[in-house]
Design a protein around this ligand. Structure first.
Ligand code: 5GP
Length: 205
């Protein structure tokens, strides 16, 4: 990936479970013009998930050791498990002047929003992927078939709480079709990349 003539951006994407975030992420990753931030989690891998690609799967004890050592930029308990982003993951990419995409929950996004480090503040762009309704979410989760009925109820309960947070995000993309969601998200990325405050080159020289 080539070095950018501008500062790296931290694109933070949040959405309730089942809103279509994985599909959006897969679409975005077709064009690898950013580094995807791989999170740590204590949840068990789903079939097909790969250690170090989908997540860094950690034990509870390892995760708590990293919290104590101050290794996380943000972390939260989501659906009964820990999830978190290592500072090193994000800083390595930003220092390298690469954009970063993070897929994190609303608690984690709030933690980064409150971060006072100037590099993080300048880089931070938050986007909420908003489902049309809770009913649509319920149908999608049931169709996915990766969670038990109990887990679906927990995710829907959490979705309601997450959806109350959407106004705190700079951008909201209301989901329609995967293609439209992708092109709306790409438009936001492009606009943010074009902000003059981020450009490092001086065309007048
Ligand atoms: P899943 O178990 O479906 O992969 O993810 C569940 C939730 O955890 C999603 O809402 C996802 O955005 C969130 N999540 C994934 N990684 C992180 C992370 O590093 N930090 C936080 N705060 N949430 C995360």
């Amino acid at each position: 990936m080539s070095t950018l003539p501008r500062l790296g951006i931290l694109f933070v994407l949040s959405a309730p479970s089942g809103a279509g975030k994985s599909t959006l992420r897969a679409g975005l990753q077709q064009n690898q013009d950013f580094a995807y931030s791989i999170s740590c989690t204590t949840r068990a891998p789903r079939p097909g998930e790969v250690q170090g690609e989908d997540y860094y799967f950690l034990t509870h004890a390892d995760f708590e050791r990293k919290i104590a050592a101050g290794e996380f930029l943000e972390y939260a308990q989501v659906h009964g498990n820990y999830y978190g982003t290592l500072i090193s993951t994000v800083l390595e990419a930003l220092i390298d002047k690469r954009d970063v995409l993070m897929d994190i929950d609303t608690q984690g996004a709030a933690m980064i929003r409150a971060n006072e480090h100037p590099e993080i503040r300048n880089a931070f762009v938050d986007i909420f992927l908003m489902p049309e309704s809770l009913d649509v979410l319920r149908q999608r989760l049931a169709k996915r078939g990766t969670e038990t009925a109990e887990q679906i109820d927990l995710r829907l309960h959490n979705a309601e709480a997450e959806m109350r947070e959407w106004k705190k995000y700079r951008y909201a993309v209301v989901t329609t079709t995967p293609e439209t969601d992708l092109s709306n998200f790409r438009a936001i990325m492009q606009a943010e990349r074009s902000r003059s405050s981020r450009l490092l080159f001086n065309p007048m020289l």
